[in-house]
Design a protein around this ligand. Structure first.
Ligand code: FES
Length: 176
């Protein structure tokens, strides 16, 4: 139960908002941080905390692609498929990832390491094609970079190729 494990954090979140329901997204993020996804049980608990109905929580949780409604792999690869990234090759990027990981978008690799998703614009439109992996951005992706990122993640759990997130324009010296 979130309420028991994160009592202080929940109280702090609730104290930030004069209208309780405004705490919905931070609480959904808290649930996701705990389990990697937002379970039905967590949604019901959050509804109780905010005096909302479970459908009111569910309709918000299903609206945002950054909220996972089922378990994801250790690394969640979220490829932007919106216009600017599509113009510079996000379809090709998705094709590389599907081939290299042996999964389709929406699936998790058998070893539980990688989940691949297509998402809407992540605000890095000038540095596409790009993807977000867990909390990190990887931009101006090439096949060579993708190979290195996957190898780095498998070996080290992180990769030096992560880039941001930056607001556009990038800070001086950030351009790879
Ligand atoms: S279009 Fe891909 S980050 Fe905006």
């Amino acid at each position: 139960m979130l309420r028991e494990k994160y009592k202080t954090e929940i109280e702090e979140i609730l104290s930030r908002y004069p209208v309780k329901r405004s705490a919905l997204l931070p609480l959904l993020y808290l649930a996701q941080r705990e389990a990697g996804y937002i379970s039905e049980e967590a949604m019901q608990e959050i509804a109780g905390l905010l005096r909302l109905t479970p459908p009111q929580v569910y309709e918000t949780a299903t609206f945002y692609t950054m909220l996972n409604l089922k378990p994801v792999g250790k690394f969640h690869l979220q490829v932007c498929k919106s216009l600017m990234c599509a113009l510079v090759g996000s379809d090709t990027l998705i094709g590389w990832l599907e081939k290299k990981l042996g999964i389709k978008s929406g699936e998790t690799s058998k070893d539980g390491l990688f989940t691949l998703s297509k998402v809407e614009c992540l605000g890095a439109c000038g540095t596409g094609p790009m993807m977000q992996i867990n909390d990190d951005y990887y931009e101006r992706l090439t096949e060579e970079k993708v190979d290195r990122i996957l190898a780095d993640l498998k070996r080290d759990g992180t990769s030096a190729l992560k880039t941001g997130p930056f607001m556009w324009p990038e800070p001086n010296g950030a351009k790879p």
